[in-house]
Design a protein. Structure first.
Length: 453
């Protein structure tokens, strides 16, 4: 096929001037058209593609059909040159079908949807009728399918009704059997009740006899209690005599202990004077360490992330990041895509990640700070094959968790007082980590610092 001269409008195809589709493209035909365009897409160079489709040039046919379907349908309808190029690929892939269409005799055994999709791309004479016929055929097929599904559902409901009736009959028979069994059990229980009532009368007679015996035992116990009270009074008298003797012995023991206390005090004074003489003899210096010196706190002259923020440095000065990373045990947390889309948004995501991680690896080697780079993993279709560079921890967020939330979790996991620096231009992320004690810095600051690596 001869390409039109650069800048010239492509010649209208056969049927374009006289035939126009006056209704929306049937959904089945539209899906088949998008599939044809997606398959033929790979045979075109990037220069041959419309501008709005060039970003999908490296997609697989399935992904192009999924993410670029509307864009391809719009380009096919509005760009005659693009449609002509897709038609050429279609002629190469399906020569028999396209030849039959262009000769005006579509094959009778072909799928109407395939015929309509090919006619929509090639635009031969009568293509509008082919597309309309495919839509009507699809509607008839849908109606037949719905009728068959309705018939199957009706048959299923009938079968369920029969099963329910059979189940109801079985349940009725079972309930009748259980009712008869319950009646027989009730008669047996009535007989047992009459027997229990007879046993109860005999038990009441035995209870009256036992009550009389208990009264006799109670009278006997009353006499025994009186005797026990008399014995208790005698024992209390003897206890009072023993307490008097014990008090007398205690007084004697206190007098003896006062002498022992005097001897012990004399021995203690001797030991204290000996210790003082030993200290002078050994020339022991006074203690220089106090318990308060062991308490962990911020000493004068030590800096924290807030102290660095107070210094007279611009928020875009890379020296500010160097000061923050120079703090003891500093931890740099980077919002990966926020930085890459700020610094080099036109690159593919894979190259964005590699470029950022390479710079962070060299920065980690220079500063010795701990570094963690977080990427949003919500839209990943498959696991990323990536070997983290030396000195950099790489994390992807789980499904349902954003990279912003993962960054906040990392900040909350750090102990209070550790210098944590978060690189992100997202204001919500910056405010959240600042409340948790971290120091937020802009993505542009890290990009400037990495340009010096």
């Amino acid at each position: 096929m001869v390409e039109p001269a650069s800048g010239a409008e492509p010649a209208p195809e056969a049927g374009d001037a006289a035939e126009v589709l006056d209704r929306p493209l049937p959904e089945g035909v539209r899906r088949r058209v998008v599939s044809l365009v997606s398959d033929a897409f790979g045979g075109l160079t990037v220069a041959e593609l419309p501008a709005q489709l060039r970003q999908y040039a490296r997609f697989t046919p399935t992904r192009r059909a999924k993410f670029a379907g509307n864009a391809m349908a719009s380009a096919l309808e509005g760009d005659a040159l693009f449609r002509q190029r897709i038609g050429e690929r279609l002629r190469e892939a399906q020569p028999e079908l396209t030849g039959a269409l262009e000769s005006g005799a579509p094959p009778a055994a072909a799928d109407p949807v395939d015929v309509a999709a090919a006619a929509y791309v090639l635009r031969p004479a009568g293509w509008v009728k082919l597309v309309a016929a495919a839509g009507e055929e699809a509607q008839r097929a849908d109606a037949e399918r719905v009728g068959e599904e309705t018939q199957r559902e009706l048959e299923r409901l009938r079968e369920e009704l029969e099963r329910a009736r059979a189940q109801t009959k079985n349940d009725t028979e079972r309930l009748r059997t259980e009712l008869e069994t319950a009646r027989r059990e009730a008669e047996s229980l009535q007989r047992k009740l009459r027997s229990a009532q007879s046993d109860l009368k005999r038990g009441e007679a035995a209870l009256r006899k036992t009550a009389a015996e208990i009264d006799g035992i109670r009278n006997e116990a009353t006499g025994q209690v009186a005797a026990a009270e008399s014995e208790t009074r005698r024992l209390k008298s003897r206890l009072a005599e023993a307490e008097s003797a014990l008090e007398a012995s205690r007084r004697a023991a206190r007098e003896g202990r006062s002498v022992e206390d005097m001897r012990l005090r004399l021995l203690l004074d001797t030991v204290l004077e000996s210790a003082q003489g030993l200290r002078r003899e050994l020339a022991l210096p006074p203690a220089s360490v106090r318990p308060a010196d062991t308490v962990d706190a911020v000493e004068p002259g030590r800096m924290s992330p807030k102290d660095v923020a107070a210094r007279a440095l611009s928020e875009t000065d890379p020296a500010l990041l160097d000061q923050l990373l120079a703090l003891p045990q500093a931890h740099l947390v980077v919002d990966g895509y926020n930085v890459t889309k700020t610094g080099y948004p036109t690159m593919p995501l894979e190259k964005q990640r590699l470029r950022l991680l390479g710079g962070l690896s060299m920065l980690a080697a220079q500063t010795g700070a701990e570094m963690t780079c977080v990427f949003d993993g919500a839209e990943l279709a498959a696991p990323v094959l990536l070997a983290p560079p030396r000195g950099v921890r790489v994390l992807f967020s789980k499904p349902g968790v954003t990279a912003d939330e993962l960054i906040r979790q990392l900040v909350r996991a750090e102990p209070p007082g550790r210098p944590v620096v978060v690189v992100s231009t997202d204001r919500e992320v910056a405010d959240g980590v600042a409340k948790a004690g971290a120091r937020p810095v802009a993505s542009a600051l890290l990009l400037k610092r990495l340009s010096r690596v």
